[in-house]
Ligand binder design. Structure first.
Ligand code: SF4
Length: 573
């Protein structure tokens, strides 16, 4: 442990994990009562099982018959961990059925290529998790102090082995870091109670957790794999990124990038967003072992007393990269060469029709903010059900909250286009690039940490931005907008061209500029405490300055970065 950490008392969460009997705690007892909310300890522990206890803050305000406020009505968000976003049509159909059967009628594609159900009642949580496992998906380690969903470029090109190799490594990493505790099986998958609403009573026989130990990790841990020409997973925002080195259509190795992370706590001045930095070059055969060494160094040295400072980025900031790398080499058992000069040069949202390279096609469908639902004439849920039931194609989820339908026969393309139109779903060519590259976290009403709207506010903001950009003839620009309802940064808001971060009640936001769509640069704070309705007006002078002063080929983010905040401010006066 580092000097500062040895002296400091571990946080409450560390004691809860330690006493939990490998993530069991009192969950079994508490689920005997199908309605009462979980205690604080269980609320923390259950995250490791892939679910958060939440309350819908819109519902809090509703009134009972006697005029009193209804108050908190608890339900669960249930997140499926889907490495590389790969799933079958039947799995996606089953998740859609679950959202109707037990959830709030919507299913959400996350910014980490997972799926989230919202509004699951306590009495139906076990059945929900069990059904997810019955379809060969899992919620284990989708949240909590463990390695979370491993992200990977999902494009299903078959004409070269590079993406297939990366996707296979993503699967191996996901399996390698899966917690070994049997608590998940005992609690959610056993049917020995005869009562589907109760989780099972179980006797505890500890198993070895060779990577996580008794305390699991100090904090969440995130891994992603990307290609230099396609950083669609935002590899620099991860605790550990693998950026591929490709020669003659083969992956010869990866630059291991370490210490990225978006979360910031405004009240904790020592917190900051950080891009991952290249640590070493690793061969494909070394990647899993190096990942394990990185995770173990963080496990044994990360800050366990202050969770705000517990992510890997703070350990590296304390130690410096050379010391961190030397420690990783000790755990790995050998020296690692310096990283190669590999740069990210492109990004692709994988939307629209593409030949896969094997005579078939894939179709990327933009799902606004990842929310699969039926609303008015836009019936995404019904449309996807119709297409998936008819064609049963494999699917992939993108990090920009989109959906890729794979392995489509050329002769089905017209019919699928017809089905999309029938259900009001737009294809990529009918959307602006602004909308295609925009993502948002859920925030209100379900996220307990949200201070502002995000998902529900972004579409209206994009409407305004589209209008202003069109007036300036800038509507064909790729401008990425990431929005969150608090500074925790779940939608990676500190790297895109425009980052909108919920700052204070009353719908006030921090506006960040100067990142880029490639995800290779941190943005700077342009304006703070901007009311929601002022966000687009505050950007109009910047759009206009970009139009008149941009250099040849310069993107919006590059322009803002080049001229800087002062010049943008001066122009706005
Ligand atoms: Fe919740 Fe904040 Fe994450 Fe959004 S960024 S989902 S508001 S914690």
């Amino acid at each position: 442990m580092s000097e500062e950490v040895v002296a400091a008392k571990p946080s409450k969460v560390e004691f809860i994990k330690e006493a939990s009997r490998q993530l069991r705690g009192t969950l079994a007892e508490e689920f005997r009562d199908p309605t009462s909310p979980l205690c604080d300890e269980s609320e923390i522990l259950i995250k490791n099982h892939g679910t958060y206890q939440q309350d819908d803050r819109d519902l809090r305000r509703e009134k009972n018959a006697d005029g009193t406020a209804k108050g908190k009505q608890y339900s669960f968000m249930v997140r499926s961990r889907i490495p590389g976003g790969k799933l079958t049509a039947d799995q996606l159909l089953a998740e859609l059925d679950l959202c109707d059967r037990f959830g709030n009628g919507t299913l959400r594609i996350t910014t980490r290529q997972g799926l989230q159900l919202h509004g699951i009642l306590k009495r139906e949580l076990k059945q929900t998790i069990k059904t997810i496992n019955d379809i060969q998906l899992t919620t284990l380690a989708a949240c909590g102090d463990v390695n979370r969903n491993v992200m990977c470029c999902p494009a299903p090109f078959k004409n070269n082995p590079v993406r297939t190799e990366m996707q296979s490594l993503a699967q191996r990493l996901a399996e390698h870091f899966r917690p070994k505790t049997t608590a998940y099986f005992d609690l959610w998958l056993k049917d020995d109670t005869g009562n589907e609403t109760n989780v099972a009573e179980t006797s505890f026989a500890p198993v070895e957790e060779p990577i996580y130990g008794t305390h699991y990790l100090p904090r969440k841990f995130k891994i992603a794999l990307a290609l230099p020409e396609d950083n669609c997973v935002d590899v620099y925002t991860q605790d550990l990124g693998f950026l591929a080195a490709v020669e003659n259509n083969r992956i010869v190795g990866y630059n291991a990038l370490v210490g990225g992370g978006m979360g910031v706590t405004p009240s904790a001045k020592k917190t900051f967003p950080q891009l991952a930095v290249p640590m070493a070059f690793v061969t494909p055969n070394q990647a899993v072992a190096v990942a394990e060494a990185v995770v173990k160094v963080q496990r044994d040295n990360g800050n366990r007393s202050d969770r705000k400072l517990a992510r890997l980025k703070y350990l590296i900031a304390n130690w410096g990269l050379p010391k961190f790398k030397a420690e990783v080499e000790k755990y790995f058992g050998g020296t690692l060469p310096e990283p190669r000069p590999i740069e990210v040069t492109g990004v692709d949202d994988h939307m629209g029709w593409h030949e896969q390279g094997d005579g078939k096609w894939f179709l990327g469908i933009n799902i606004e903010n990842g929310r699969i639902k039926d609303e008015g004439d836009l019936r995404i849920k019904s449309g996807l059900r119709a297409i998936l039931t008819k064609y049963k194609m494999p699917c992939r989820l993108t990090a920009l909250q989109g959906l890729i339908l794979c392995d489509i026969n050329p002769n089905a393309r017209i019919d699928i286009g017809r089905l999309l139109r029938e259900f009001g779903m737009k294809q990529a060519h009918e959307l602006t690039l602004l909308r295609r590259y925009a993502i948002a976290c859920p925030a209100w009403p379900t996220c307990g940490l949200a201070v502002t709207e995000s998902e529900r506010a972004l579409p209206g903001i994009l409407d305004q931005m589209e209008q202003e950009l069109a007036k300036l003839g800038l509507d064909r620009e790729v401008i990425s907008v990431h929005m969150t309802g608090c500074p925790n940064g779940c939608a990676r808001p500190y790297t895109p061209d425009i980052g909108l971060v919920g700052k204070a009640a009353g719908e006030k936001y921090s506006v960040f500029l100067g990142g880029n769509v490639l995800g290779t640069r941190l943005a700077f704070l342009f304006k703070d405490m901007v009311p929601k309705d002022e966000i687009t007006p505050s950007l109009v002078p910047v759009f206009s300055q970009f139009k008149s002063e941009r250099q040849a080929g310069e993107t919006f983010g590059d322009f803002c970065h080049r001229v800087g905040k002062d010049a943008l401010d001066a122009h706005a006066l």
